[in-house]
Design a protein around this ligand. Structure first.
Ligand SMILES: Cc1cc2nc3c(=O)[nH]c(=O)nc-3n(C[C@H](O)[C@H](O)[C@H](O)COP(=O)(O)O)c2cc1C
Length: 399
């Protein structure tokens, strides 16, 4: 793999300076410090340009079109990092090909009591039980509207990840998701229905057939009445049984969703044996193989594009997900442990335009946070999952 001096500098600066300082703080305090810095940069065109020059942004060799959106590269920021869509421009400048903001709920909510995020540095893992702390769909919509009308719009696609408000009963979940979807519709390039966080009581039961059908129906019903429908995806847990995943996929296809995000954090804490355990979802290196197994299974069962997330900590684990058929990948915990050099490291390791998704003409590019352009129906996109990889599996296997 080629090395470039900027990447080596980022690696050294993060490992030797930033990470030791940040890791002196609690995970949540460190996150606040990072987000405060990125908010300042996102509001300042000069600083953004400096970050772009210092980073790896702007390399279109890995650009691809997925569910009708042109992504400058396949490496995105996973949901939960920029929950409130506060530093969108900075992520693109840091080299990410897209950002998924959220989880956003219809109603503002404080999340669970702190502490609610925990590091396991020897395992390169995190456990979190944040509980969708966010200012609510209306507040995020106001921020995105202001951003849309400014020069500080992000240059990469922005997905908005939607969750159920904690106080909303499960039987009213569909209406709760629909409220957020309607309010934010014009402001996101794609949307993710998050029914897989382990930290909102009962949320994962929404992955059941009837519950999910009701949510898909409500959101797609609205989506189809718009002049240009937005790509709608569902994010699944890594703890589902194959039969449950097949149910989700069948429903996603029936309701013409545009893709699957696999996976969220796991409730399997066996990797933490002998350490202090904490309630919440486990992410990072111990999630890698479980998530890869789910991604592979999903790719073997559907033509829908997959955004893979879970345990991507280096170039190898990134390639693994793409080799299984993922169209795009997302980072969270890997970014915490490896810092900004991780994106460039992954991109350097990828052959240009890897994936079955063919590059599209510039004219089909989607305007970012504009809601102006239309999407290519996913049915028209080429199948990125070679038939040769479609082996019958009873339990997930690895690539
Ligand atoms: C602290 C923390 C907060 C998260 N918050 C969310 C969230 O709000 N919504 C969501 O869909 N996923 C959330 N996630 C899950 C990540 O988006 C990602 O799917 C998961 O962590 C697996 O990827 P990773 O191993 O690279 O971290 C969160 C993860 C962490 C570590």
């Amino acid at each position: 793999m080629k090395h470039d001096p900027r990447s080596i500098l980022w690696t050294l600066a993060y490992r030797a300076l930033a990470r030791p300082l940040l890791f002196q703080l609690s995970p949540e305090a460190a996150h606040h410090v990072v987000m405060a810095g990125l908010r300042v940069i996102s509001a300042n065109p000069g600083l953004l340009e400096m970050l772009r020059l210092a980073g790896s942004a702007g390399d279109m060799a890995h650009s691809r079109e997925v569910f009708g959106i042109r992504f400058p590269n396949p490496v995105g920021l996973a949901a939960g990092f920029d929950k409130n869509a506060e530093a969108l421009a900075a992520w693109g400048a840091l080299g990410f090909g897209f950002v998924e903001a959220g989880t956003i709920t219809a109603k503002a909510q404080p999340g669970n009591p702190t502490p609610r995020c925990f590091r396991y540095p020897d395992l390169k893992a995190l456990v979190n039980r944040m509980g969708f702390n966010n200012p609510g769909a209306d507040a995020v919509a106001l921020r995105l509207e202001a951003l849309r009308d400014s020069d500080l719009r992000p240059r990469v696609p922005v997905g908005l990840n939607l969750g159920k408000s904690k106080i909303t009963p499960l039987y009213e979940a569909a209406a709760d998701y629909l409220h957020s979807f309607r309010r934010l519709f014009d402001l996101g390039d794609y949307f993710v229905i998050n029914v897989s966080s382990p930290n909102t009581p009962g949320l994962r039961t929404l992955q059941g057939r009837e519950e999910l059908a009701e949510i898909f129906k409500a959101l797609q019903g609205f989506n189809r009445t718009q002049s240009a429908a937005k790509p709608l995806l569902v994010k699944i847990a890594p703890d589902l049984e194959p039969a449950q995943i097949e149910d989700v996929l069948a429903l996603a296809e029936e309701h013409r969703l545009d893709g699957i995000v696999a996976t969220n954090t796991t409730l399997d804490h066996s990797a933490l044996a002998g350490r202090r355990d904490e309630t919440g979802g486990l992410s990072g290196a111990p999630l890698r193989h479980r998530a890869t197994g789910v991604v592979r299974f999903v790719c073997s069962r559907t033509r829908l594009p997959v955004i893979a997330s879970g345990g991507i900590m280096d170039a190898d684990s990134a390639r693994e997900k793409l080799d299984c058929g993922a169209a795009l990948i997302q980072l969270y915990t890997g970014y915490v442990y490896r810092g900004p050099a991780l994106v460039a490291e992954i991109l350097r390791s990828l052959p240009p335009n890897q994936s079955g998704h063919t590059p599209a003409s510039a004219s089909s590019s989607r305007a970012i946070i504009s809601g102006l352009s239309t999407c290519t129906p996913s049915a028209l996109l080429p199948n990125k999952c070679p038939k040769s990889r479609r082996s019958p599996v009873t339990r997930y296997s690895q690539c």
